[in-house]
Design a protein around this ligand. Structure first.
Ligand code: UDP
Ligand code: LCN
Length: 807
């Protein structure tokens, strides 16, 4: 911790020159450190390994801790070692990398560039020869002329930055900027109906004039006069529908435009653009399927995505309708979720072409099958890791179906996950529509060395295709929504999920020296929410679904049911520690059971309830899930947990899940999310909304959702004993001071209400799509060079990789 503190204090400047001088001058001290690191006999050391090593070395040599060598090692995200050479990757601050190498015999250190660093890594990993002519992917020449954020605190607030740039640009380019705005306002229409301005306004002077002329009589009209009554006066002046639903709104919108023409400010620009009727229909892509509304919740690793999209659709439709109505436009918005049609649908609706989305007026799921080259429909489900060869054909088929469904192209395409984002790239390019990406989970940081040792896992995961698709989609997107800051740029000590695409290598395939820039203003943090109809505080007794209580009581305490549950809680009076997740390795449910099993005091104090996977291994079609099921049984057997752990291998529908959280809260329990890594973690905000004190992993989204010690607790899944101690301490304190529980419950509810609501999400999303649309227009940001480069990358790399999967 001392090193990290020191590092943070001196975080910005480069340490490299000082480090190089130190190595030269303090040869013995330096040699001792690196000799020791080489002695670990591991080719790659990660940040945590280096920190541990440093702590160890400082015990014998306390002076070391104040040296530049220690500070540099504290910045190290990765060390690559051979018996004679050591290469260090230093992360000076968020997304600012430097590389140095050192020869252990000559004790000579030099700075190296990223390509040299990656080449050394390749050779160390493969034992092969240097590949100076290996393919290097470098997006940096394309970024050169683009505006970039400079401060790490601005990352993820791209739209604020764009609004500022837009206002100064419009202001600086007086005349030119205004004309662009005028032309932009003239291009809006919907199915032949002209909106905002018609052709009778020829230039900016004419626009100002018309605005003044329109405002004079408008100021005298009652605020509530509907637009229809005003239209006959406004149209001859050049104004078409879109300015507002009544006199007050029209006045206000016109006033905003006059302000912008006078002296634009970021706030007026955002507010004005937010009102322009630009978005009538949205296509949302989530190709890998098993996407439905009941009894279907994705398959391994797509659960949260399905929940997210369904809630997102409801919120977006509501927001689109409200905005159109406010602007006086009577058009029904359309939202279409495009996913895969799966003929072998196992009793679900996944084989139906169209399914209306509950809770919306007009939104629907449109399913399009995967087809192979000869046109045959793929009948069965396939995992998200194996669908790459089908996506190109799917993109074309989905485009045809979408156009038929909408009668026109959509106004915005939103991709989800690596597969959806790739299809969104293909479709947006062909249709000329803005593209928004949402990752949900980038697999790259989830699996250690998934890039460097990609070949070893190729048959199982096909990361070569996935990371290529990710790079293409990130660079074609007009804007990218993330759930948290750390998803983009990590923390002081850990790298962000997007940041991990800045530079990496897949030996033998290609080496990325600049893949994405997290300082790009395309990134915006817009966090999802928890459905407030479902996940509300346990104290709201009138809304509680009390008819489910008997069933929940049975689930918690009833006799175990063959194939559904295991364990029966002996002492019903203890509080319940609850966890719910899909049973895959990363979710670490087995880890939680293991810590619990090894903490006798915690076992005495609380019971553990786990909703995860299947109790019967044969019921799972997923190899990773089956491994976890076996592990759970092993733990239950070896630690004799059946009287203290209730394992439910069932899927709770969302009404049941909401009430389940609340029933745990009734009994003054807590929720645990023990994942090794969690991109965001919907269950965390669901549990908190219901009023459950929550302990969640410090790796990933939960570290931002929860403020440790205030609205919940962070736990380190790699230190289960400490996590168990923290949970025990909490319950001990609650036993002596019942208000303690209440304080955490209240704070959890307040935190989610303040930060994680779908209302706020939809409002931001609609504003973003307009601001980015306008930005693209005024800057002529067609980015033809980037598109061409990415097309080449797609054709020459992605397609053969995907094709080769079909053998
Ligand atoms: N979920 C559910 N019933 C279950 C298990 C999970 O409704 O039996 C829901 C859970 O409430 C949450 C989603 O599945 O909304 C899981 O999302 P999360 O972000 O926690 O993880 P993911 O599965 O996306 O990795
Ligand atoms: C995927 C995940 O892994 C979760 O962390 C997210 O909460 C979910 O998608 C929704 O974005």
């Amino acid at each position: 911790e001392l090193f990290l503190e020191q590092r943070n204090e001196q975080s910005t400047g480069s340490l490299v020159p000082e480090f190089i001088a130190f190595v030269r001058e303090q040869r013995n001290q330096t040699h001792r450190v690196f000799h020791w690191l080489i002695g670990l006999q591991r080719p790659f050391l990660l940040h945590s390994d280096v920190i541990d090593a440093l702590a160890h070395l400082c015990q014998d040599d306390p002076d070391l801790s104040s040296t530049v060598l220690a500070r540099a090692l504290a910045q190290c995200q990765e060390v690559t070692l051979t018996p004679s050479w050591i290469y260090l990757a230093l992360r000076r601050r968020v997304a600012r990398w430097e590389f140095v190498r050192l020869h252990i015999e000559t004790m000579d250190a030099q700075a190296v560039n990223v390509a040299e660093y990656l080449m050394f890594k390749e050779r160390t990993a493969t034992g092969g020869h240097e590949e100076p002519w290996g393919l290097e992917i470098d997006m940096s020449p394309f970024y050169r002329d683009q505006f970039k954020l400079r401060e790490e605190g601005s990352i993820g607030r791209g739209v604020e930055f764009l609004n500022r740039r837009l206002s100064s640009r419009l202001f600086e380019e007086l005349g030119k900027g205004d004309r662009r705005l005028l032309n932009f306002l003239r291009m809006h229409s919907h199915r032949g109906q002209v909106l905002m301005l018609n052709d009778s306004i020829a230039d900016v002077a004419g626009l100002r004039n018309a605005l003044r002329q329109a405002l004079l009589p408008l100021r005298r009209r009652a605020a509530s006069i509907p637009y229809e009554e005003l239209a006959p006066e406004l149209r001859p002046l050049g104004f078409e529908p879109g300015w507002g639903c009544d006199a007050a709104r029209v006045r206000n919108t016109m006033g905003l435009l006059l302000d912008i023409l006078e002296a634009p400010s970021p706030q007026t620009i955002e507010e004005f653009l937010g009102r322009i009727p630009m978005i009538f229909s949205i296509a949302i892509l989530s190709p890998h399927g098993w996407f439905g509304q009941s009894n279907v919740l994705g398959r391994p690793d797509t659960g949260g995505q399905v929940v997210y999209i369904l809630d997102q659709v409801r919120a977006l439709e509501r927001e689109m309708r409200a905005r159109l109505a406010e602007q006086g436009i009577d058009i029904e918005p359309e939202v279409i979720v495009i996913t895969r049609l799966i003929p072998e649908s196992e009793g679900t609706t996944s084989d139906q072409r169209i399914e209306p989305i509950a809770g919306t007026q007009n939104a629907r799921i449109l399913r399009v099958p995967f087809r192979s080259d000869n046109g045959d429909v793929l009948p069965h489900w396939i995992s998200r890791f194996h669908l790459w060869p089908f996506l190109e054909r799917f993109a074309l088929d989905a485009e045809t179906e979408l156009l038929a469904e909408l009668g026109d192209r959509p106004d915005l395409i939103i991709g989800n996950y690596s597969d959806g984002n790739l299809v969104a790239s293909l479709m947006s390019r062909r249709l000329g529509v803005s593209q928004c990406n949402i990752a949900h989970a980038l697999e790259k940081t989830k699996y250690l060395f998934s890039d460097l040792y990609w070949r070893d896992n190729e048959d199982r995961y096909h990361f070569s295709c996935q990371f290529t698709a990710d790079l293409i989609a990130m660079n074609t997107a007009d804007f990218i929504i993330t759930s948290t800051y750390q998803e983009i740029a990590g923390t002081d000590d850990s790298l962000g999920q997007y940041e991990s695409y800045m530079n990496f290598t897949m030996p033998g395939l290609y080496r990325v020296v600049a893949g994405v820039d997290v300082y790009d203003p395309k990134f915006n943090i817009v966090s999802p929410g928890a459905d407030e109809e479902i996940y509300f505080p346990f104290t709201e007794t009138d809304r509680r679904l009390s008819h489910l209580h008997g069933e929940i009581e049975q689930l918690l305490f009833g006799e175990p049911v063959q194939g559904q549950s295991r364990g029966q809680l002996q002492d019903r009076d203890k509080p319940l520690l609850f966890s719910m997740a899909r049973l895959d390795r990363i979710k670490n449910i087995g880890g939680l059971v293991d810590w619990y099993a090894r903490a006798p005091e915690l076992r005495d104090r609380v019971n553990l309830v786990v909703v995860a996977g299947h109790v019967d291994g044969n019921a799972s079609g997923d190899s990773e899930e089956r491994e976890q099921i076996d592990y759970m049984h092993y733990l239950m057997n070896t630690h004799g947990l059946d009287g203290q752990v209730r394992w439910l291998g069932v899927h709770l529908d969302k009404f049941m899940a909401g009430e389940f959280y609340r029933c745990i809260a009734d009994r003054r329990g807590a929720f645990v999310q023990p994942a090794l890594f969690e991109a965001f973690g919907l269950t965390v905000i669901e549990a908190m909304s219901c009023g459950l004190p929550t302990f969640a992993t410090c790796y990933g989204g939960p570290s931002e959702i929860i403020e440790h010690g205030q609205s919940g607790f962070h736990i380190d899944p790699n230190h289960g004993d400490q996590a168990a101690a923290l949970i025990l301490e909490f319950f001990d304190t609650c036993a002596n001071k019942p208000k303690h529980w209440q304080a955490f419950s209240d704070a959890a509810i307040a935190r989610v209400q303040e930060r994680y609501t779908w209302r706020r999400y939809a409002e931001r999303m609609m504003t973003l799509s307009r601001v980015y649309g306008f930005w693209k227009y005024v800057t002529d940001l067609e980015r033809a060079e980037t598109s061409r480069y990415l097309e080449m990358f797609y054709t020459l790399k992605f397609r053969p990789l995907a094709q080769s999967m079909l053998g």
